[in-house]
Ligand binder design. Structure first.
Ligand code: ASP
Length: 312
């Protein structure tokens, strides 16, 4: 029988501003060298500082999430924005989603020129009456004043090398931890409002056009003021099949589970489908929860008050 998922909580932060972030989960350790691990840890701390600077000055959860996500999207250690994994055609196709506890949501899938995909997700949330573009046109991105870059900005030597290595493996290395490093942030602000954001390059060597759980509202990203803000990572197909984010919400709201119990059960269901990964959550009230399958390593951190914690 599979081992029970590993659950952590942000002890001491049951109310007030709270930020929890992740930098992906996977079966094997990546970043794989101490140097990469150090850089990834430093980036997690920078993201926590950026998000908490917003929250502690009375800013909104959505601004804290976007600030933390920007730091991780711009850092090549993570599979989002600059440093994203590549599709089988050696191109980056980026997905991102942002959802607030009041139900407002925006997402983009398969963008190839957006430097910070979370900005495009936010533009969908704030500037359109829609929730998902797959992908938005260049004209729409220009209209929303989104910073764009040439497609080859995303093709880093490390990700190209990983792609070539995976292409040598049986089944194209599908699900291999080399593609690990999706990022996400969930926050609660001084008013108690919650928000979730996730950003990814998807799975290394995925078929062009493939979209995982990240931009699917209710699967990889979800927020509901009655319960929790959620961001998920890893084998996206399984998180979609389990409607993971919404399932955590439903378990808390209607089955009376705590967020920790709900996350543990959802991770069990993911593993039963032969998937693995992690989930972070900030409830409207209560401590933040980070869960991962026992077989998965996870990059994550949290911040409240002057407390900062991160591990890779
Ligand atoms: N969940 C992401 C996807 O399936 C990948 C990851 O989190 O590693 O696209």
């Amino acid at each position: 029988m599979a081992e029970k998922p590993v659950i952590y909580s942000t002890q001491g932060a049951a109310e007030g501003p709270l930020l929890v972030i992740h930098g992906g989960a996977g079966k094997r350790r990546h970043p794989s060298t101490p140097e990469h691990q150090e850089k990834a840890t430093a980036a997690l701390y920078r993201a926590l500082d950026a998000g908490m600077a917003v929250l502690s000055s009375g800013g909104e959860a959505i601004d804290a999430v976007v600030a933390a996500v920007h730091v991780l999207e711009d850092d090549p250690e993570f599979n989002a924005g600059y440093g994203a994994t590549l599709t089988a055609s050696a191109k980056a196709e980026l997905d991102s989603c942002l959802m607030m506890g009041n139900g407002e949501a925006g997402a983009v899938a398969g963008v190839t020129t957006v430097r910070n995909p979370i900005d495009a997700a936010r533009a969908v949330l704030e500037q359109t009456k829609h929730v998902l573009f797959a992908p938005p046109s260049i004209d729409e991105l220009n209209l929303w004043e989104i910073t764009q870059v040439p497609e080859d900005y995303f093709v880093t030597p490390l990700r190209l090398e990983q792609l070539r290595e995976l292409q040598e493996l049986p089944d194209g290395g599908w699900g291999h931890a080399k593609g690990h490093g999706t990022i996400g942030a969930v926050a609660r602000d001084m008013k108690g409002n919650i928000c979730a954001g996730t950003s990814t390059g998807g799975m290394c060597n995925q078929m062009p056009g493939r979209v995982g759980d990240t931009p699917i509202i209710g699967a990889g990203t979800y927020a509901n003021q009655e319960t929790v803000a959620i961001s998920c990572t890893r084998t996206g197909e399984k998180f979609v099949q389990e409607v993971a984010g919404y399932q955590v919400h439903a378990r808390v709201l209607w089955a009376g589970q705590t967020p920790a119990e709900a996350i543990s059960d959802v991770l069990d269901a993911i593993e039963a489908r032969d998937g693995n990964g992690g989930i972070i959550c900030v409830p409207a009230q209560g401590e933040g929860i980070v869960g991962r399958n026992a077989c998965a390593q996870m990059n994550w951190g949290y911040a409240f008050g002057d407390t900062r914690y991160a591990e890779v």
